[in-house]
Design a protein around this ligand. Structure first.
Ligand code: PLP
Length: 395
């Protein structure tokens, strides 16, 4: 099965058998109605949302495609980590770039030696992915790029609001690419940060209303399920079913978030006005602090039983989720779903051009990483509930 954010988020189990004390922990932060009231933020939003030279797209994949075009990558090789989502590679390939895959180790660190060895006469760029908010070694990567005359694309789709110490991720490469809806309760949004003068026109078309409203409604319902007890959960389940029918009738499928595919025909679609309204209301610092606190709480409870991929949370890092390493991803996900906990089978497969036989650590990560939620909606009691459920769910 293909692993994507929305496709593999599991819905909570049967409501009829809802045990006392049950909670709903959603995979993504949910949209509270109070975030929909238009107002103007008092201070500037953090990078890349405030003040920077950016282009705002519907998806991050559109930003990848545009970046490849701006950096003249068509017909050239780009060094891409073997551990990737797949859609970013699709966007590069659609723009005419030729991916060459580079080793990533068992702790999700790019192998700098293999990277350097892989630079050839046709190589034009390095594609760096900051996994789950954890920085790759940018000093060394930028030095290598300078030495070999390469452009650097920093993919921060999983690293919005994250910093390497004081330095925001995505600000040092030629371009930074961000996905908003994985970290914030917005219906869509991908950002291209232009960190040096590049002549980017930006998206030409507005975000389609039907697909924007469909995602926003889904997130409002998730909020209701979390806060509204059994009745809220039941309303969400019922409306979700009818929403799927409405979505199909409105043909909003092509702009569904969480899919593995890049559609060049939608490459020029922009971010919605609704996303802008929500962004004015989000407390970014609170989101970062809540995620860090939740990471520490989970780590304290689970590190003996199930240590995460990264054993430290460096200053400034805004973790996207807790990467639980398990042998039976699907089974553990199923048991957690029965307790109202949505997880994601993270990146089960990659782009077909990458032969995983040459990357055993990546194959192991694809087989074993299960995403546990720790986002800003969740409080310390949720973390205690989640940790207890994991302790029971593991064999
Ligand atoms: C590393 C990475 N880059 C880019 C993307 C594309 O993001 P979007 O869904 O906003 O196009 C994803 C999506 O999951 C991703 O994981």
């Amino acid at each position: 099965m293909v692993a994507t954010l929305t496709e593999t988020a599991r819905s909570p189990g049967l409501l009829a058998a809802r045990p006392p004390g049950r909670r709903v922990l959603t995979a993504l932060p949910t949209l509270s109605p109070r975030l929909l009231v238009p107002r103007l933020r008092a201070g500037p939003a953090p990078f890349p949302l405030g003040g920077a030279e950016v282009r705002r797209y519907y998806f991050a994949r559109n930003a990848v495609w545009e970046a490849a075009r701006l950096l003249g990558l068509a017909g050239h090789e780009v060094l891409v980590p073997a551990y990737h989502h797949g859609v970013e590679v699709e966007a590069l390939v659609a723009a005419g770039a030729v991916p060459r895959f580079v080793r990533v180790d068992a702790r999700m660190r790019l192998d700098l030696e293999h990277l350097e060895q892989s630079v050839g006469p046709r190589t034009r760029a390095l594609y760096v992915i900051h996994y789950l908010g954890f920085p790759q070694p940018m000093d060394a990567l930028l030095a290598l790029a300078r030495r070999r005359g390469l452009a650097v694309l920093e993919d921060c789709a999983l690293a919005l609001l994250s910093r390497d110490g004081a330095e925001p991720l995505g600000a040092r490469g030629d371009v930074g690419i961000f996905c908003l809806y994985k970290s914030l309760p917005v219906p869509n949004g991908g950002i291209l940060a232009l960190n040096r003068p590049l002549d980017a026109a930006g998206p030409a078309r507005a975000a389609p209303l039907a697909s924007t409203l469909s995602h926003a409604t889904g997130s409002l319902l998730a909020h209701l399920a979390r806060r509204g007890g059994p009745a809220g959960e039941a309303v969400r389940e019922g409306l979700r079913r009818s929403q799927r029918a409405v979505r199909a009738a409105l043909h909003v499928g092509p702009l569904a978030t969480g899919t593995m595919h890049f559609d060049p025909a939608a490459a020029d679609v922009g971010m919605s006005a609704l996303t802008r309204v929500i962004l004015e209301n989000v407390d970014f610092e609170e989101a970062v602090q809540a995620r860090r606190r939740n990471w520490f709480l989970l780590f304290a409870r689970l590190r003996e039983l199930a240590p995460p991929v990264q054993l430290e949370l460096p200053p400034g890092v805004c973790p996207l989720f807790y990467p639980l390493l398990v042998e039976d991803k699907a089974g553990v996900a199923e048991r957690l779903a029965a307790r109202g906990i949505e997880t994601v089978e993270f990146w089960n497969t990659g782009h077909p051009a990458c032969d995983e036989a040459g990357f055993p650590e990546v194959a192991a990560l694809r087989r074993r990483v299960l995403e546990l939620p720790l986002h800003q909606d969740l409080d310390p009691d949720d973390m205690a509930y989640l940790a207890a459920a994991v302790e029971e769910a593991l064999p």
